[in-house]
Design a binder for this molecule. Sequence first.
Ligand code: GTQ
Ligand code: FE2
Length: 374
Amino acid sequence: MTSTLSPVTLKAVDAPGQPTPSPQLEELYRGFERELLVPLWTEIGDLMPSSPRPAAASHVWRWANLLGLAERSAELVPVGRGGERRAIALANPGLGGAPYATPTLWAAIQYLNPREDAPVHRHTQHAFRFVVEGEGVWTEVNGDPVAMRRGDFLLTPGWHFHGHHNQSDRPMAWLDGLDIPFVHYTGSAFFEMGPDRVADRSTPARSRAERLWAHPGLRPVSQADPRPSSPIAAYRWEHTDAALREQLELADEGHAGVVEPGHAAVRFSNPTTGGDVMPTIRAEMHRLRPATRTAARREVGSAVWQVFDGAGMVRVGEREWAVTRGDLVAVPSWATLTVVASDAGMDLFRFSDTPIFESLHAHRVWVETEGNPE
Ligand code: GTQ
Ligand code: FE2
């Protein structure tokens, strides 16, 4: 029996591990209900499975469909105070209609019309943007304008003021990722409004944060303390692309660096700790050479993948989808994932809640090539 938020009617059932049904047992169960009590023996199978059995399902969302609906929203729905953002969240089919891509992660397409502003606010939820196509929007993070372009990964760590403004004559859409569901369950949400419009309307190619922090392997000596979130406001595609390309080139030259043959990957990291970019969110970019298949893999925690370039197949458990640029796939905890690139190869962005489980010492991984029994 699955726990629900409404009062549960306990049933005396004839099943292994359950007491023999009787009028006295029914009376005992009515007593539990009156006192808002639930005995473990009626719940054990769901609450303490031998391995994770998440409610979340694997699912694919097609970028072309998201974009069509976002464009229509842009005709009908203004952006402003109150609604705050023209963001449309992926709702995992296993999570009862809530706007959660996974139990911990929010993923949404956000859309701004030409010359449009999204008002400034801040919240305890950690956020990032990933740009699968387009340019022309600047996101202002604590007063620092940050350009958004295809392939860029941008951070808005918790409690940083941020607003977005489209400074071009074309609309722009991008992917938002936040830990909204996690913050919601744990009752740790705070929110505050800032100015209705972004104050600094300049359009620098590089943010102040990048000018201070985004030089490979170099930290400003004035900034010695570790920070919970990375101070790098934007990780630019040219760097990500070069890192992936060189991993594969090094493999060709017989050197180490790739995850497995034909599969390069980099993790966006916090230069002040070497760890993940934000306390609750891990983000990575993966590149598969043409016709490469990854080893099957399971891990504790949930993830969302987005195809950045190329095409291929994503297999999650028994399900398999052909995917192309922009398509998004939710991968529940402990689901078996295999990714196969087409003859064109495939680049994928991935984000997950792994830092939560690592910090709780609850992270586990199983990889096919390690020869573990199924
Ligand atoms: O851009 O600030 O998708 O606050 C959800 C909440 C985006 C944002 C979302 C947000 C934002
Ligand atoms: Fe926000």
